[in-house]
Structures are given as structure tokens and as C-alpha cells.
Ligand binder design. Structure first.
Ligand SMILES: Cc1ncc(COP(=O)(O)O)c(C=O)c1O
Length: 466
């Protein structure tokens, strides 16, 4: 592709992106397509001859976009809603254009050092200790897997060489994200050695139950090695009692990992800073700017106070092709990660942090939390609905006062309209609806119109359709 052809096509692409972001509300949040729709509309084998960019871009608009679920839509309220903000998209575009692989400092000094600087800024904003070493992973799942690996290394250093280890036990609450259990499996801990600590009535890990399980395992000759606390659980954003858990972890000498993938950024706000009060005692902590920090997927940050252990867990004899001159300021990030290759992810985060600034980010997060709290108030005023869990952040769990099937039917009805996308989960054995706010463009009216739609979709409908 010649520079001139690139320039012309890139202008078209940027125009399309700008229009897309401007007109995003005109798209149905969920596409109205059947499984296989795209496979059936594309040729079954690739083109022998190259095709003009015009044709490819046309097909992108005609064939791809209609099958897209618009995570960038301001009424995407499912799972944990996210947004790829303008500055984040621009940073991503430039990172793609540079296409560096900063596995080593030498293979891209700027990418390596920007990651250090950006994660340092963010660490200060979260109030985490200076000795926390930060690294970027693609997802929280990978970040947590690395934390579990380092925990295993600390508890059983010989495993790296022999593959053998004593019966190591990991503890999570029954509401922890599935990625922790998967990480434990990948690291060779085994699912049977993951204990699900019971939660209290507000879906938080019970510290007394953790203590009891650890005592039982010790009595049975097992070796507790890691506990993962969650700040902002996936189903309900409950916050595990970090201080009590840290106390137990310290007493038993087990690695404390904190999963703050969603709620971590809330600690930027004075009124929510306390969620990270005891995080300074953690051995590792994960937070996802690609969830609630307007950064395009993917970008997850793992902080650890034990980078030495992380490095040792992955230590190999450096192959000749990766040997570079040593310098105390030249950090080789790939020594701390399973993946050798590393994309320049810090660039988009740097764009986001600089464009919005700490105060700008705090204002948007506060706006999301306020909209969620207002929604919760409306829900609790409606006799046909009930709040299903405490809602400290920007997620509200609620249900129609009826059967699980009726709630599932409401969910399907909402989502089939294309107006909004909400999701569901199970709490206390009952199906509940989840509405989360995390998009930079979401307005109070987006939330209100969705609530009107939910009310009018209930069997005993109140309110009017949108
Ligand atoms: C609390 C929590 N931890 C971890 C994850 C996994 O995140 P990722 O998709 O980045 O692996 C999620 C995903 O929603 C989550 O809610």
C-alpha cells in the first residue's frame, strides 16, 4: 500500500469512526442476527488476488457492522460496560502504526519507559505504595494467573524445576471471578485445591470462614499459599473485607492477591479511596483500565510488591537471541511475563490519563455512580421491583417481584428492542437483572429511558414505553 493510498483510505476510516461515535445511538446495541449469519455471507475461501480497499471498507460497513454488539453504545449496560474514548482510540491507532514489540528495553525504549511512567502516575492516583511495580497485561485473567504463579513460586520454589509441589490451596470467595479459578488450573494448582469461601448477606467474603478453612487445610497437612480478595465482584460489585483478609494472609504467610479489575478506578475518588485502604498489604493487585477507565480493550494492569518473585517464577536461561547489554535503568518487561511479545498498550492509557486528567476522570466516574444511585432510588420506589444487592458503585442489581422466568423474559424483551443491553446473574439462588454504567457518553436520559422500558416490559407493567 503506497503512502498516498494509505492516506486516502485512512481519512475514510477516520471519518467513519468519527461518524460512528457521533451517531452511535442510532445503532441497535445488540445486532439482530442469527448464529452463522456472517459465515454464510462471506466466501468460504480467501481471495487469490488482492482486492481494492474501497471494496473491503464497503464490506466492513455492509457485512461486519450489522453483526456487531456495540460495546461503545451509551446504553450498553450489560456485564461491565466500557467505552473506547476518543483519546484512547487515537492512542491505539498510533500504537498499531508503530507496531513495536517491547519485549526488551532495547526493542523499544519509549514503549518500555512509557509503561513505567504511566503505571507510576496511575499508582499514585490510586494511593498505592511506591514500591508497587506495575506491568501491563492484556486481561485481568492473565494478570491474575501471573499473580498465582508468583504466589506458587514463593510457596514452592522447586516447582519451577520439578513440576512437583505440595498440596497448595488457594482461597477465593464464592463470588470471585472465574478467572482466578482458571488461573489456578493453568498454574497447576488444580480446581480441587481452590476453596470457595462463603459470603455474607451482602456477598462479601466472610473472613471468619476464610480463617476456618485455612485451619482445616493446615490440620489436613495442606499448604495454604494464596488468597484472592475481590473489590467489586462481577455479579454485584460487593467489596471483600480487605483489612481482615490481609490480616489473615499475613498471619499465615500466604500471598494476597486483590482483584480490583472493575472497581479499582473508584479509588481515585476521595469518597471511595477507602476501598484500597489495606491494598498496601497486598502482594499483587489487578485493575482494568479497559473496564472503567475509557481505555480501548485490551489493557489490564498488574501491580506487585514482589517483582523479584514474579521474575524468578519465569526465570529461564536467557536464549542467546534475547541477550542484551544490562543497564540498571533498562527494564526488560518480558522477564516478568509469560508472553515474550508486548504491544505498546501504555500509549493509549497515557493518552487517556493526559486527555481527561485525574479530575476529569473523577468527574466522569462520579457521574456514573450518581446515575446508578438515582436509578436504584427509582427502582426502590416501584412496588413491582426490588433492589437485589447493595450498589456502592455504578452497577445496580434488581429484580421484578415475580418468578425467575418472568425476570428472564423481561431481560430478553429489553435486549430484543436494540434500545439497551442489560445482563443478568444469580444472587441468593435467584435470577436478578444487572444494569451497569461505564460509558463516557451515557447520559441520565439514557438510564431513564431504559428504566421506563424495563418497567413497561414487566408483566404488571407500570410506566410507558420509550
Ligand atoms: C472482578 C473481575 N475480575 C476479573 C475479570 C476478568 O477480566 P478480563 O476480561 O480482563 O480477563 C472480570 C471480568 O468481568 C471481573 O469482573
Amino acid at each position: 500500500m503506497s503512502p498516498e493510498e494509505f492516506r486516502a483510505s485512512a481519512h475514510q476510516v477516520v471519518d467513519w469512526i468519527a461518524d460512528y461515535l457521533r451517531d452511535i445511538r442510532e445503532y441497535p446495541v445488540l445486532p439482530n442476527v442469527e448464529p452463522g449469519h456472517l459465515i454464510d455471507s462471506l466466501p468460504s475461501s480467501g481471495p487469490e488476488q488482492g482486492e481494492p480497499m474501497e471494496t473491503i471498507l464497503d464490506d466492513f460497513k455492509k457485512l461486519i457492522v450489522p453483526g456487531v454488539t456495540h460495546w461503545n453504545h451509551p446504553r450498553f449496560f450489560a456485564y461491565f460496560s466500557i467505552s473506547a474514548s476518543g483519546p484512547g482510540i487515537l492512542g491505539e491507532m498510533l500504537a498499531t502504526a508503530l507496531n513495536v514489540n517491547h519485549m526488551l528495553w532495547k526493542s523499544s525504549p519509549a514503549a518500555t519507559e512509557l509503561e513505567q511512567v504511566t503505571l507510576g502516575w496511575f499508582r499514585q492516583w490510586l494511593g498505592l505504595p511506591d514500591e508497587f511495580f506495575g506491568m501491563i497485561h492484556d486481561t485481568a485473567s492473565m494478570a491474575s494467573m501471573h499473580a498465582i504463579l508468583a504466589a506458587r513460586e514463593l510457596a514452592s520454589p522447586e516447582t519451577r524445576l520439578t513440576g512437583q509441589h505440595p498440596p497448595l490451596i488457594l482461597y477465593i470467595s464464592e463470588h470471585a471471578h472465574s478467572s482466578i479459578e482458571k488461573g489456578a488450573m493453568v498454574v497447576g494448582i488444580g480446581r480441587d485445591n481452590v476453596r470457595h469461601v462463603p459470603a455474607d448477606a451482602e456477598f462479601r467474603m466472610r473472613a471468619d470462614a476464610l480463617e476456618q478453612l485455612i485451619a482445616q487445610d493446615l490440620a489436613a497437612g495442606k499448604k495454604p499459599f494464596c488468597v484472592a480478595a475481590t473489590l467489586g465482584t462481577t455479579s454485584s460489585t460487593s467489596v471483600d473485607p480487605l483489612s481482615a483478609i490481609a490480616e489473615i494472609a499475613t498471619r499465615h504467610g500466604v500471598w494476597l492477591h486483590v482483584d480490583a479489575a472493575y472497581a479499582g478506578p473508584a479509588a481515585l475518588l476521595e469518597e471511595h479511596r477507602h476501598i484500597l485502604d489495606s491494598a498496601a498489604r497486598a502482594d499483587s493487585l489487578v485493575v482494568n483500565p479497559h473496564k472503567w477507565l475509557f481505555t480501548p480493550a485490551d489493557l489490564s494492569i498488574l501491580y506487585t510488591r514482589r517483582p523479584d518473585v514474579m521474575k524468578r517464577a519465569l526465570a529461564i536461561e536467557t536464549p542467546a537471541y534475547l541477550v542484551t547489554a544490562q543497564h540498571e535503568r533498562a527494564l526488560n518487561y518480558s522477564e516478568y511475563t509469560l508472553a515474550l511479545g508486548r504491544r505498546f498498550r501504555a500509549l493509549k492509557l497515557w493518552f487517556v490519563l493526559r486527555y481527561f486528567g485525574r479530575e476529569g476522570i473523577a468527574q466522569i466516574l462520579r457521574g456514573h455512580i450518581r446515575m446508578a444511585q438515582n436509578l436504584a432510588e427509582e427502582i426502590s420506589k416501584d412496588p413491582n421491583f426490588e433492589i437485589a444487592a447493595p450498589h456502592p458503585f455504578s452497577l445496580v442489581c434488581f429484580r421484578y417481584r415475580g418468578s425467575d422466568d418472568e425476570n428472564r423474559a423481561i431481560l430478553d424483551r429489553i435486549n430484543s428492542t436494540g434500545h439497551a443491553f442489560i445482563s443478568g446473574t444469580e444472587l441468593d439462588g435467584r435470577f436478578v437483572l444487572r444494569l451497569t454504567i461505564g460509558n463516557v457518553a451515557t447520559t441520565a436520559e439514557d438510564v431513564r429511558s431504559t428504566w421506563r422500558l424495563i418497567r413497561s416490559s414487566a408483566p404488571r407493567a407500570t410506566g410507558s414505553r420509550v
